[in-house]
Design a protein around this ligand. Structure first.
Ligand code: NAI
Length: 399
C-alpha cells in the first residue's frame, strides 16, 4: 500500500479522499521542511503532497526511488524540477481549476464597487467625511465588460458578469467558445475602445509583458476602470498611475504586482498606494476557504486515480493517458525510455510468462514513454521484477 507524505498544512479534504480510497499510511507535516530534514521526511514515500514552499530538486528525486507521484496542492509547479521528475518516472499533478470561481467572484465584485466609487467613499467616511453624492457613480447593469484572456477564469468572469446585467466582450489569442451572450473581439484595441470595465486574465511571461501600457490605456474609454488579477507583469504600472492621476481612468483594482512583497511584514512598493478609487489586494484572488478545500480534493483525486488506474490526464510533466476501463485481470504501468524496442521488450517479457496483453494505451513525452497494459492472467512478482531490471524500464508498477 502506498505511503503518502503531506507537507504545508494541506487541507484535510485531501486526507479524506485518500482514506476513502483505502489509503491509511498518511503522514502530515504542518510546514515546509528545510532541505536536510525534508530528505529524511520523504524517505520511503510513494506519494508527496506539497504546496509552493517545498522545493523538490533533482538530488531529492534521485535519492528517493520509491517516489511515484507528487501532488502540488496549488496552481504553480516551479518548486518541482519537472524534467528530472519525468526522467525518474515521477508524475506531477496540480490544481489548475480549483480557485477559478474565487477569482471570478472577486473581479465581478470589484467591477461593481469601482463603478460606484465605493473604495473612495468608504475611505472618506472612515476619515470622518460625509460626501453624499451620485457624481461619478454608475450601475453595472447595461455596462460593457471587456475580458482579455478568455480561459478558465476569464470565461467564468463573463458568466457571472452577465448575471449582473453586463454586456460581455472578450479577446483571446486563441479561438474560444463564447459562453452565454459574450461576444469575441478580433483585436485588443476593439475590446478596449468599447469597454467600461477591462479585466485581465492572461498568463504571465514575455508575450503578455506590459500588454496594458501607455498606448493601450490611451485606447480605453475615458472614465473606464481596469482590473488585473492575472500577473503583475501584464500592466505597466507607471502608465496606469499616470492615467489614474489624469482622470482618463476612473479607477483600478490590482491583486498582482510586478514586484510583490516577500513576507507579510514587507510593504508593497507602488505609486498606486493611497490613490482614490484604487483597490489593492495582496494576491488573494484565488485564496478562499472553498478554493483550499477544492484544491485538496482535486489533487488528491488525481493522485488516487494515478495510483489505482494509472491515469495521468492533467499531469504537468508526464505523458498523458486518460482514464481507461480495466479490461484484463491485471494492469501493468510501465514507464520506459522512449527508444526503439521499448514496447517490444515489454511485450516479450509478458509473453514469455504465458500472459496475453488485451489492451494497451501508450503516450510519450520527450525522453519518456508511458504505457498502461491490461493483461489476461495473473501477473506475479517475477514478471514485475524482470520488467524492472530491463534497461529500457524507468519504473514498473502493478495496479
Ligand atoms: P488559462 O490558461 O485558462 O487562460 C488564459 C487565456 O489567456 C488563454 O485562453 C490564452 O489563450 C489567453 N491569452 C494568452 N495570451 C494572450 C494575449 N496576449 N491576449 C489575449 N489572450 C491571451 O488561465 P487561467 O486559469 O484563466 O488564469 C489566468 C491568469 O490568472 C493567469 O495569469 C494566472 O496566473 C492568474 N491567476 C491569478 C490568481 C490570483 O490569485 N490572482 C489565481 C489563479 C490564477
Amino acid at each position: 500500500m502506498a505511503r503518502i507524505v503531506l507537507f504545508e498544512n494541506i487541507h484535510p479534504s485531501a486526507r479524506e479522499v485518500f482514506q476513502a480510497a483505502g489509503y491509511e499510511d498518511i503522514v502530515t507535516h504542518a510546514a515546509a521542511l528545510p532541505p536536510e530534514s525534508l530528505s529524511e521526511a520523504i524517505r520511503g514515500a510513494h506519494v508527496l503532497g506539497i504546496r509552493s514552499r517545498t522545493q523538490i530538486d533533482a538530488e531529492l528525486l534521485a535519492q528517493n526511488p520509491d517516489l511515484r507521484a507528487i501532488g502540488c496542492f496549488c496552481i504553480g509547479t516551479n518548486q518541482v524540477d519537472l524534467d528530472s521528475a519525468l526522467s525518474h518516472g515521477v508524475a506531477v499533478f496540480n490544481a489548475p481549476f480549483s480557485n477559478t470561481r474565487s477569482v471570478a467572484e472577486m473581479v465581478v465584485a470589484e467591477a461593481i464597487l469601482l463603478l460606484r466609487r465605493i473604495p473612495e467613499k468608504n475611505e472618506r467616511v472612515h476619515q470622518g467625511f460625509w460626501d453624499k453624492t451620485a457624481e461619478g457613480a454608475y450601475e453595472t447593469r447595461g455596462k460593457t465588460l471587456g475580458i482579455v484572456g478568455y480561459g478558465n477564469i476569464g470565461s467564468q468572469v463573463g458568466t457571472l458578469a452577465e448575471m449582473a446585467g453586463m454586456n460581455v466582450l472578450f479577446h483571446d489569442v486563441e479561438a474560444q467558445l463564447p459562453r452565454g451572450n459574450a461576444k469575441p473581439c478580433v483585436s485588443l484595441k476593439q475590446l478596449l475602445t468599447q469597454s467600461d470595465v477591462v479585466t485581465l486574465h492572461v498568463p504571465g511571461g514575455k508575450r503578455t509583458e506590459n500588454l496594458i501600457n501607455e498606448q493601450t490605456i490611451a485606447a480605453m474609454k475615458p472614465g473606464a476602470v481596469l482590473i488585473n488579477a492575472s500577473r503583475g507583469t501584464v500592466v505597466d504600472i507607471h502608465a496606469l498611475h499616470l492615467a489614474l492621476k489624469s482622470g482618463h481612468l476612473s479607477g483600478a483594482a490590482l491583486d498582482v504586482f510586478p514586484v510583490e512583497p516577500k513576507s507579510r511584514d514587507e510593504a508593497l512598493d507602488s505609486p498606486l498606494r493611497g490613490m482614490p478609487n484604487v483597490i489593492l489586494t495582496p494576491h488573494i484572488g484565488g485564496s478562499t476557504q472553498e478554493s483550499q478545500e477544492n484544491i485538496g480534493r482535486e489533487v488528491a483525486e488525481k493522485l488516487v486515480s494515478y495510483l489505482q488506474t494509472g491515469a495521468t490526464k492533467g499531469s504537468v510533466n508526464f505523458p498523458e493517458v486518460a482514464y481507461k476501463e480495466r479490461t484484463g485481470d491485471s494492469r501493468i504501468l510501465h514507464v520506459h525510455r522512449n527508444v526503439p524496442g521499448a514496447m517490444g521488450a515489454l511485450s516479450s517479457v509478458v509473453a514469455n510468462h504465458g500472459l496475453n496483453i488485451v489492451a494497451q494505451h501508450l503516450q510519450t513525452r520527450g525522453p519518456i514513454g508511458y504505457v498502461i497494459s491490461d493483461v489476461e492472467g495473473e501477473v506475479n512478482d517475477a514478471v514485475i521484477s524482470e520488467l524492472r531490471s530491463n534497461p529500457v524500464t524507468v519504473r514498473c508498477e502493478l495496479v
